[in-house]
Ligand binder design. Structure first.
Ligand SMILES: Nc1ncnc2c1ncn2[C@@H]1O[C@H](COP(=O)(O)OP(=O)(O)OP(=O)(O)O)[C@@H](O)[C@H]1O
Length: 356
């Protein structure tokens, strides 16, 4: 189902947890809400689930305004990290819960409930655990049970709030790939809340980056990396070196960082230059203030180098033999400039300069 959120505001006292959030998701889309702690991700998810209510704004699910639709009638499945399984219920009973608490009129017959529970446990690949209790299964298995429980009501919208937090790194990778596959097989719309950028970038079709109660950019993972809308997004996503600079008559002086000046055809003023590692070449040099600190081979793509210059660490790529402690030259070849006047620009080293 589609999800349309218009200008949501949610205040707690004087502070706005959501400060005018708008968002439209397509049927079948997998979206992630990504942002630092306190940026409003969980609040937005709770409002979608019907567990909290906005002070202003509107939520439509499948085109229907849900302001007066209670949580259990929204057709939404929810997996919250804090929504622990019921300890006194077996795995099968946990999964059946959402169906058994339905008013009699809407409750499927018991045989049908049991059939559906078996089907769901097959789907999440743990049919043999039906009779166990939560403390008798692993964290990854509990997560699968929580998912099966959320899916039991056949939701068209699945809301996942940090659902993989309790899993160790290896299992986590597996479970998230599997969840993404499940999303596709069921053809549902899903929203994942996370503060793990790798998770968001790997799982989602589009990622909404949140900052202080607002969505600052909603885009594909690739577009977020290649064309971040603000310096916050550029700094938050992917690896980047951030250099504050001052542009004067088309030149930004980087000598304080031990780098050559660069030509930037923008108005005089303060700016910030973001350099992704692949936008910086690191080369051997005889006399240089910059020193190679860390080296990580990247296969055929060269070597990732962390070089220190002045008090800064700059990450780049080298195609030459370099060892820890070697002097090196750091040459940015492209980057993103956020000008103090609020505009964003791509910067590319001119050939004449590049050769120099
Ligand atoms: N029930 C509440 N009462 C008061 N303030 C709240 C309440 N719930 C959330 N807040 C505040 O609203 C803001 C947004 O909280 P929210 O939980 O949505 O952030 P989040 O992005 O999900 O953070 P995290 O990544 O830490 O879970 C925070 O400043 C939080 O302290």
């Amino acid at each position: 189902m589609t999800v349309d959120v218009e200008n949501l505001v949610r205040r707690f006292g004087a502070a706005a947890a959501l400060d005018g959030v708008s968002l439209s998701l397509r049927q079948g889309e997998f979206a992630a809400l990504l942002g630092p702690s306190g940026s409003g991700k969980t609040t937005l998810l709770r409002i979608l689930a019907g567990l909290d209510f906005p002070d202003q704004g509107r939520v439509r699910i499948a085109g229907v305004d849900v302001a007066s639709v209670p949580a259990r009638d929204r057709g939404v499945g929810v997996v919250f990290q804090s929504y622990a399984l019921f300890r006194h219920m077996s795995v099968a009973e946990n999964v059946a819960f959402g169906l058994r608490v339905r008013p009699r009129r809407y409750r499927p017959p018991e045989a049908e409930i049991q059939r559906r529970v078996r089907e769901l446990l097959e789907l999440v690949q743990i049919p043999e655990l039906a009779g166990r209790y939560p403390e008798q299964i692993s964290g990854g298995q509990r997560q699968r049970v929580a998912l099966a429980r959320a899916l039991a009501i056949e939701p068209q919208l699945l809301l996942l709030d940090e659902p993989f937090g309790a899993l160790d790194a290896l299992v986590r990778k597996d479970v998230r790939r599997w969840v993404r596959g499940l999303h596709e097989r069921l053809g549902i719309t899903s929203i994942l809340v996370t503060h793990d950028q790798e998770e968001a970038m790997e799982m989602a079709d589009r990622v909404a980056v949140m900052e202080r109660g607002r969505i600052v950019q909603l885009d594909t993972p690739q577009a977020l990396l290649e064309a971040p809308a603000t310096a916050f997004v550029a700094g938050f996503l992917g690896e980047a070196t951030r250099l504050p600079l001052y542009i004067e008559r088309g030149i930004a002086r980087l000598s304080e960082f031990g780098l050559d000046d660069i030509e930037i055809d923008l108005a005089d003023g303060e700016a910030v230059l973001f350099l992704r590692p692949h936008e910086v070449r690191i080369e051997p040099a005889q006399a240089s203030r910059a020193v190679v600190r860390f080296i990580r081979p990247e296969g055929t793509g060269g070597t990732r180098i962390l070089a220190e210059t002045g008090s800064r660490i700059i990450e780049g790529i080298s195609h030459a033999e370099l060892a820890r402690g070697d002097a090196c030259r750091i040459r940015p070849v492209s980057g993103t400039v956020f000008h103090g006047d609020g505009t964003t620009h791509r910067w590319q080293r001119q050939e004449a300069w590049a050769a120099g």
